[in-house]
Design a protein around this ligand. Structure first.
Ligand SMILES: Nc1ncnc2c1ncn2[C@@H]1O[C@H](COP(=O)(O)OP(=O)(O)OP(=O)(O)O)[C@@H](O)[C@H]1O
Ligand SMILES: [Mg+2]
Length: 357
C-alpha cells in the first residue's frame, strides 16, 4: 500500500473537522472504529478510504445535546431530564452525561446522595467551580472536567453504567450574576457564553447524549447550555401560567441561535403533571393543534409540536425524587408515569436520530 493511502489521527481529525482529541475519543468509545493498518513510530495509521467511509457513516452518530427549558419553575424539567437520561443509558444503552446547570441542585441530589454531593462540592467537582475559576483568574484553577464527572449515577440498580453526572452547587447562586461580567474582568480569553463549551470539549465526543437540566431562566448559565445544544425541549404543565412564557422562550432561543450562527431547534413541548380536568384537556388540545396563545398568529413563529406521550400527575414521582427513598427500579421510582417517560424517551431518540443513515 502506498504511503498516500495511509493517514494518521491528525489527518482524520482534519477531514472529519474535529479535534485530535475527538478522534481519540471515538477510538475509545466505538468498537467499530477501524483498526489501524500499522503502528508507525509517529503513531497508528489507517487506510484513507476505509477511515473516510467510517467517518461518513459515523456522521449520523454525533453527540446530541439537549437542554430542558422552561421559564416557569416546578413544571417537571428536572424530573423529565433525569428520567430521559436514565432511560437512554439503561434501556437504550447510550452513553449519557447529565449536566445540572441549576443552583437548586435538584437533578444532582436525585442522582447522587447529599453526602456525595457535599464531598464533590468541597473538592471543586461542580459546575460552580468551573465558573468560579473564570471569575477569579488570579487563583489557581481548581476545576478539572475529567475529575468533576461522576460515573455510574442514579438510584436505579444502585447506579446506571454509562450514566455520568456533571453536578451543580448552591454556590452557583452567588456566582451567577457576575458571570456576564467575566469578559470585562480583564480576562479576554474567557467569553462568558463559551465557558461550558470550552470545558466540555475534551469529553463531548464520549457521549451519545448530553442532557442539560436548566434553571427556570434564560440567563447566562442557561445560555452556556444552549451554546452547545443541538436542540431543546420544553416541559410544561398544560395550564395557563405554565405555558405563558413559551412563546418568549422560542423567540429568545431563536434570536440567540441566530446571534451565534447555529441552529438550536425546539424538538417539542412535553406536557407534564397532567390531570384529568377540563383546563388541562383544553390546553393539550391547543398544543396538539399548534395554536397555543400567540403562536400561529400572522407574523409569529410557529409552535413546536407537542410530544405524543404526556406525563400524568402521580404521587410516586414526587416520592422518587428523594435519593434516600431506596427506589432502585424504574417502576418503583416513576410509578404510573413510567410508561409515559419511556415513551417520551423513545420520541426524543427518534427525533434526534432520524437523520441517521
Ligand atoms: N408527574 C408528576 N407527578 C407528580 N409530581 C411530579 C411529577 N413530575 C414532577 N413532579 C414533582 O413536581 C415538583 C417539581 O418538579 P421538577 O423539580 O421536575 O420541576 P422543575 O421544572 O425542574 O422545577 P424547577 O424550576 O424548580 O427546577 C417536584 O417535587 C417533582 O417531584
Ligand atoms: Mg429543576
Amino acid at each position: 500500500m502506498s504511503k498516500e493511502n495511509l493517514v494518521g489521527i491528525a489527518e482524520i481529525a482534519n477531514f472529519a473537522n474535529v479535534t485530535k482529541q475527538a478522534v481519540s475519543n471515538w477510538r475509545m468509545r466505538y468498537d467499530h472504529f477501524p483498526r489501524p493498518m500499522q503502528n508507525l513510530q509517529s503513531g497508528p495509521v489507517w487506510d484513507r478510504e476505509n477511515i473516510e467511509a467510517w467517518v461518513k457513516s459515523f456522521k449520523g452518530e454525533e453527540t446530541h445535546v439537549l437542554s430542558f427549558i422552561n421559564l416557569k419553575g416546578g413544571v417537571g424539567k428536572t424530573t423529565t431530564a433525569v428520567a430521559v437520561a436514565e432511560m437512554l443509558a439503561q434501556e437504550h444503552r447510550k452513553h449519557v452525561l447529565l449536566i445540572d446547570l441549576d443552583p437548586q441542585t435538584n437533578a444532582t441530589v436525585t442522582l447522587i446522595s447529599e453526602e456525595k454531593w457535599a464531598e464533590m462540592d468541597k473538592d471543586g467537582r461542580t459546575i460552580a467551580q468551573l465558573f468560579d475559576d473564570r471569575l477569579n483568574p488570579q487563583n489557581t484553577p481548581k476545576f478539572d472536567i475529567e475529575k468533576a464527572i461522576e460515573n455510574r449515577v442514579s438510584t436505579i440498580n444502585d447506579g446506571i453504567p454509562r450514566l455520568d453526572l456533571l453536578a451543580s452547587s448552591i454556590r452557583l447562586i452567588d456566582l451567577q450574576d457576575r458571570i456576564p461580567m467575566i469578559a470585562l474582568s480583564g480576562n479576554f480569553t474567557a467569553n462568558p457564553l463559551e465557558i461550558l463549551r470550552v470545558a466540555l470539549q475534551p469529553v463531548l465526543d464520549r457521549y451519545d447524549y448530553i442532557i442539560i437540566d436548566c434553571p427556570p431562566s434564560l440567563g447566562t448559565v442557561t445560555k452556556n447550555g444552549l451554546r452547545i445544544s443541538t436542540g431543546y425541549v420544553i416541559p410544561t404543565i398544560p395550564d395557563i401560567v405554565s405555558t405563558w412564557g413559551i412563546y418568549q422562550i422560542i423567540s429568545n432561543v431563536d434570536g440567540f441561535a441566530r446571534d451565534i450562527e447555529r441552529s438550536i431547534p425546539a424538538l417539542g413541548i412535553i406536557a407534564t403533571k397532567v390531570q384529568a380536568n377540563s383546563l388541562h384537556s383544553r390546553v393539550i388540545a391547543d398544543l396538539k393543534a399548534r395554536r397555543l396563545g400567540r403562536f400561529g398568529e400572522p407574523g409569529m413563529l410557529p409552535q413546536p409540536p407537542l410530544f405524543n406521550n404526556t406525563m400524568p400527575q402521580t404521587v410516586v414521582v414526587a416520592r422518587g425524587a428523594d435519593v434516600d427513598a431506596d427506589i432502585r427500579t424504574f417502576k418503583g421510582k416513576y410509578g404510573s408515569a413510567y410508561d409515559a417517560l419511556q415513551g417520551i424517551t423513545q420520541e426524543i431518540k427518534q427525533l434526534c436520530e432520524k437523520k441517521k443513515h
